[in-house]
Design a binder for this molecule. Structure first.
Ligand SMILES: NC(=O)c1ccc[n+]([C@@H]2O[C@H](COP(=O)([O-])OP(=O)(O)OC[C@H]3O[C@@H](n4cnc5c(N)ncnc54)[C@H](OP(=O)(O)O)[C@@H]3O)[C@@H](O)[C@H]2O)c1
Length: 323
């Protein structure tokens, strides 16, 4: 089968298409013919080998797993003898961790994989999980409910577009911050108020919130703390300059009345099923910016790393169309 492989950490140019062995499903595995996958910041982090501790999972000197791709949508091609929940021909989507930048991928039945919501295309289904599961982890720290307010900074990114929608499902009062060209999109995702950061600095307008989520790693607790109410929570998606965020998170437990926290995503089947339900109820959709064929993975990756994508970037594989 064709797959995108890489043998050393580095720039997007280390990625190339290669013919590799097609995986064979074990007893508890499902073989998926991948129709669509994404390039996201998680893939980019693994490929760069940054932060360095990520190599603990991927190999210290060179990558042990040659194929990236952390989410997919496709068609079940074959199942192992112990698999009961899927059968050949099923349309599935989910978070795979690795291996999705290929024509076929093997996933355990118990992995974060589920049947696709009815009516959803492969491209949209492929982009559902990564940003949303990261956003779920962030919101899980926020104790959101109808009386609570949240400001989501960087609401046009993969995590941001998901966080706005998921916060609305909890009936929280959502203020989103993005640039001028994304105002309408972010409003359409359910934000009650949208602030254009090119026109207004939310840290200077006197408004305060129970929770501030920096969904794009461009703010700091120091700048935002006066916009938090007493007892407020500041949630980060990035480790920050010199990895200061985890230390700040620890310190804020003991000092002051405002907490800093860093989200740790849970890539579980339960979370994928929760997203499926929300999609079927019309309460969640993955925002897609651009779609590239698998062969253009280097170009797609450069675009993702420019930090300007709106929502998600999809790669189509095996023609990518829903049948
Ligand atoms: N290493 C990992 O495993 C990993 C995985 C996932 C996410 N993350 C972290 O999570 C964060 C978000 O990831 P993501 O994939 O959701 O981001 P993303 O989709 O790449 O975010 C891009 C969006 O952010 C907006 N943006 C860029 N600069 C901004 C700024 N200064 N202020 C406000 N908005 C800005 C861009 O629009 P405009 O420029 O037009 O405003 C664009 O729409 C990042 O910090 C990333 O490092 C890390």
């Amino acid at each position: 089968m064709r797959a995108v492989v890489y043998d050393r950490y580095g720039s997007p140019d280390v990625l190339r298409i290669e013919e590799v062995e097609r995986p064979v499903p074990k007893d508890d595995e499902v073989l998926v013919r991948v129709r669509a996958t994404t390039v996201n910041r998680t893939d980019c982090g693994w490929r760069q080998g940054k932060p360095f501790f990520s190599r603990y999972f991927t190999g210290i000197r060179r990558p042990k797993k040659r194929i990236l791709g952390s989410e997919l949508a496709g068609e079940v091609e074959a199942v192992g003898s112990a698999v009961t929940g899927f059968e050949a021909g099923d349309h599935v989507f989910g978070a795979t961790g690795f291996d999705a930048h290929a024509e076929f991928a093997c996933e355990r039945e118990s992995s974060p994989l589920a049947h696709m919501p009815a009516g959803l295309g492969f491209e949209e289904a492929a982009a559902v999980c990564d940003g949303a599961i990261l956003a779920m982890a962030c919101l899980g720290k926020a104790d959101l409910r109808p009386s609570r307010s949240i400001l989501i900074y960087g609401a046009s990114g993969s995590i941001g577009t998901a966080a706005v929608q998921l916060a609305r499902t909890l009936d929280a009062d959502v203020t989103a911050v993005c640039d001028t060209k994304h105002l309408e999109l972010v409003r359409s995702l359910g934000a009650e108020r949208v602030i254009d950061y090119t026109q207004e600095d939310f840290t200077q307008n006197g408004e305060t919130y129970d929770v501030i989520l920096d969904a794009v790693g461009k703010q700091s607790f120091r700048r935002c703390r006066h916009s938090l109410r007493p007892g407020g929570i500041y949630i980060e998606t990035d480790l920050g300059f010199m990895w200061h965020v985890p230390f700040l998170a620890l310190l804020s437990r003991w000092f002051g009345d405002k907490r800093v926290t860093l989200a740790i995503p849970q890539y579980t089947k339960a979370n994928v099923l929760r997203l499926k339900k929300l999609i079927e109820a019309g309460k969640y959709r993955a925002v897609i910016d651009r779609t590239y064929p698998l062969e253009d993975v280097v170009e797609a990756t450069r675009y993702v790393e420019a930090g300007q994508k709106t929502g998600n970037v999809v790669l189509t594989v095996n023609d990518g169309r829903a049948r």
